[in-house]
Design a protein around this ligand. Structure first.
Ligand code: MG
Length: 296
């Protein structure tokens, strides 16, 4: 299944992408008098029973006469597809050609850093270029969404703890990132973690390390690679992180970016993101995540 979050007044509501558009879960459950989880956290907490209930809802809704339980995705005000993660863990330099383009050596261990929830933004949100930076860059990344408590899990079992996957953009202010040895400042400005448009559940992604991944800026292809080029694979990352900190449902792992970022260009060709630039991240099976940049 493909889950989206959308905003209605102050509320975050759950939707499921279907052939008829987005099924509004609460509206459909009410219309069909069915008992299903109404939020993504409740869906994760409910495990296989919750998933079965939602599959049944989608099936029954398909035959329901009331078209108002569906909406075209373009008509909804999308929220981040995960709204309140306990952790946003990011992996640096996890594609060998990206490590090369930045002049860094191939890491012996995964490089971990983080963002906070202030950085989350949704498909369609504008991302503000703060006035404290002139070097904002994109990074297409596959995001892992954890579905079950994971503590010290093996690589073999690691992917069974994954709820799903989504597109992410690890927006990065290179001048702030390089100001000190810790990258945090350049990675954690408001809105610097667009995710979405939806989370596809893990059963839809046969191998998270065999997906094509691209970035375009104003339609021009900038990154074009495969998640198969990761140095540390998804299962390795989940296992490795879980040996050091307990992963919980809703936690997000941004798995690193391939080559083609602006900071990897020769200096005379580095033109950083400007007001009005439209950045689209696309990953096979996970749709397209588009955000327009706005100067503060
Ligand atoms: Mg990154």
């Amino acid at each position: 299944m493909k889950f989206i979050n959308w905003r209605e007044r102050e509320e975050i509501k759950l939707g499921i992408l279907t052939d008829r558009g987005v099924l509004k879960v609460a509206e459909a459950a009410s219309e069909l008098d069915m008992n299903v989880p109404l939020t993504l956290p409740a869906t994760m907490a409910g495990g296989s029973k919750a998933a079965e209930a939602l599959v049944a809802l989608v099936e029954q809704a398909a035959g329901a006469p009331n078209a108002a339980i569906y909406a075209p995705i373009d008509e909804l005000d999308l929220a981040p597809c995960v709204t309140d993660p306990g952790k946003i863990i990011c992996i640096g330099l996890n594609y060998s050609k990206h490590a090369e383009e930045t002049g860094a050596r191939i890491p012996d261990y995964p490089i971990l850093f983080n963002k906070f929830n202030n950085a989350l933004s949704a498909h369609g949100d504008e991302v503000i270029i703060p006035k404290v930076t002139t070097k904002v860059d994109y990074e297409a990344e596959l995001a892992i969404v954890i579905g079950k408590r994971a503590k010290d899990v093996s690589e073999e079992d690691a992917l069974s703890y994954v709820f799903g996957y989504c597109c992410a953009n690890d927006v990065s202010a290179r001048d702030l990132q390089a100001r000190t040895r810790q990258w945090l400042l350049g990675k954690s400005c408001d809105g610097f973690a667009p995710i979405g448009p939806y989370v596809a559940t893990a059963d839809e992604i046969a191998d998270p390390n065999a997906l094509s991944i691209q970035t375009t800026v104003n339609g021009e292809l900038r990154q074009n690679s495969s998640t198969g080029d990761m140095i540390f694979s998804c299962k390795t990352l989940v296992s490795y992180i879980s040996q050091h900190m307990t992963l919980l449902p809703g936690d997000i792992i941004l798995t690193g970016t391939p080559e083609g970022v602006i900071v990897g260009y020769p200096p005379e060709q580095q033109v950083y993101l400007q007001d009005g630039d439209s950045v689209t991240i696309s990953i096979e099976g996970l749709g397209e995540l588009t955000n327009v940049m706005r100067a503060e």
